[in-house]
Design a protein around this ligand. Structure first.
Ligand SMILES: [Zn+2]
Length: 437
């Protein structure tokens, strides 16, 4: 294997935009015919859509309705099946599982052999882009029961990695992850940002000191500013890149390249991603923020047609200097994480960025309180770092951070330290709903 290759698949990843759009148009046309012929749910939903009328990608956006997770849940009830979107015979399914959804009723996705092969190929592209190489030993900390866990393992194997140390990602197991890392010396870590932060804290508190063996990490669960990345490099000697995307329904992810200018969407030749204004449904321009809508036309088992992800992304303008022509996104937040304050609204990503610009706040975990009655101040709860033990220093740091956030967010804030913050899986719950009193 040529480990000097710059991209995993230069032909696909460096595709000219016009060629890509031609592939996408052909892909969505054949997908429409495929799902209408095979899925009872899609037959109902797309009854008014004639695939022959879709002659351009603009036609596709204009004629085909958007779909949501709630549409899928409703179809599960109506049709009496956990897989009302299934378009292949059950015996052709090679991988299926629950989405790791954190709210509402469980939904499912399935892959046939061809779907799996292509999805693994996309995972190989993302790993290569993040610097994983055949001689690496990978410590893989992801939710073990989801299809994504299989895809990551197979994707890493496809780039040539032989040794993969697998584990879950549970806040209570952090001491084990550190112990295993020190014993087996993996060179590459895949984990949630909060997990690496907790591992670093735990490692620093042990007699052996702060060192972890990894040279690189691919981190999930938050966008990192350049300052936070630099801190991981300086304090742990780990080069970090971020991964975000659509684990629960798609197993489609985007990752940064060495340019760190947004995360490359690795499946431009196999999927159609639209970014829309969540209120009007109209497409947003380069550089703007909108909701990601995905049609994964390469899929045959449970493809999605114009599926609203409820994820807000920023589209990075222009072509990246790494040579990949894929669009780059920064995943900003879930639509559902909007916190109304004083006649406006704040998203957790804005607080993450603001904290990363402060020496005291960098890489601190936090949660925002959302009140039933819109408050005049934004309440920000910070996880107390293990280094902050005495109360007087804690109060002083809290006050400094409050002034900093007031200025950055242009809103009055109320900052406090807490010994524990609620988590969902490897993620700190960023928005806590406070009941009306
Ligand atoms: Zn790039």
């Amino acid at each position: 294997m040529n480990i000097k290759r710059e991209m995993w698949d230069a032909a696909a990843e460096g595709l000219a935009p016009a060629a890509r759009q031609a592939l996408q148009l052909k892909g969505v046309q054949s997908l429409l015919a495929w799902v209408k012929a095979r899925s009872p749910m899609q037959r109902e939903r797309l009854a008014q859509v004639d695939p022959a009328d879709v002659r351009t990608l603009a036609d596709f956006a204009a004629l085909v309705p958007l779909s949501t997770k709630d549409d899928l849940r409703a179809a599960m009830d109506r049709i009496g099946s956990a897989l009302p979107h299934l378009c292949v015979a059950r015996e052709d399914i090679v991988l299926s599982g629950p989405s790791a959804g954190t709210s509402g009723r469980q939904t499912y996705q399935a892959f046939n052999a061809q779907d799996l092969d292509r999805n693994v190929e996309l995972a190989a592209r993302l790993f290569w882009c993040s610097g994983l190489r055949p001689n690496d030993v990978l410590q893989l900390l992801v939710t073990p029961f989801t299809p994504a866990a299989d895809i990551f393992r197979l994707g890493a194997q496809r780039v040539g990695v032989k040794w993969i140390i697998r584990d879950n990602h549970e806040p209570t197991q952090v001491p084990r992850y550190v112990e295993v890392a020190r014993s087996l010396e993996p060179t590459f870590l895949q984990a949630g940002v909060a997990t690496l932060r907790a591992m670093a804290q735990h490692a620093a508190a042990t007699p052996a000191g702060g060192a972890l063996p990894h040279r690189r990490a691919i981190l999930m669960g938050a966008a990192l500013g350049p300052e936070a990345r630099a801190q991981f490099r300086q304090s742990l000697g780990i080069e970090v890149t971020t991964l975000s995307g659509q684990g629960s329904d798609f197993n489609l992810f985007s990752t940064e390249c060495e340019a760190h200018d947004g995360e490359h969407w690795h499946g431009e030749d196999m999927t159609l991603v639209e970014v829309i204004d969540p209120t009007s449904g109209a497409p947003v321009g380069e550089g703007d923020v909108g909701e990601m809508v995905i049609t994964d036309y390469y899929r045959r088992a449970t493809p999605h047609v114009r599926w609203r992800t409820e994820d807000m992304v920023r589209v990075h303008p222009g072509i990246c200097r790494c040579g990949r022509t894929s669009r780059r996104f920064t995943l900003l937040d879930r639509l559902a994480n909007r916190v109304p304050v004083r006649g406006t609204a704040v998203y957790p990503f804005q607080v993450e960025i603001a904290l990363s610009r402060s020496e005291d706040g960098r890489n601190l975990e936090f949660a925002l309180m959302r009140k039933a009655d819109e408050p005049q101040k934004l309440e920000v709860r910070l996880l107390r770092p293990s280094t902050l033990t005495d109360d007087a220093t804690g109060t002083a740091v809290g006050q400094r951070l409050q002034h900093h956030l007031d200025a950055e967010l242009k809103l009055p804030t109320q900052v406090s330290f807490h010994d524990d913050l609620p988590r969902v899986g490897y993620k700190t719950l960023r928005v806590i709903d406070e009941p009306r009193d």
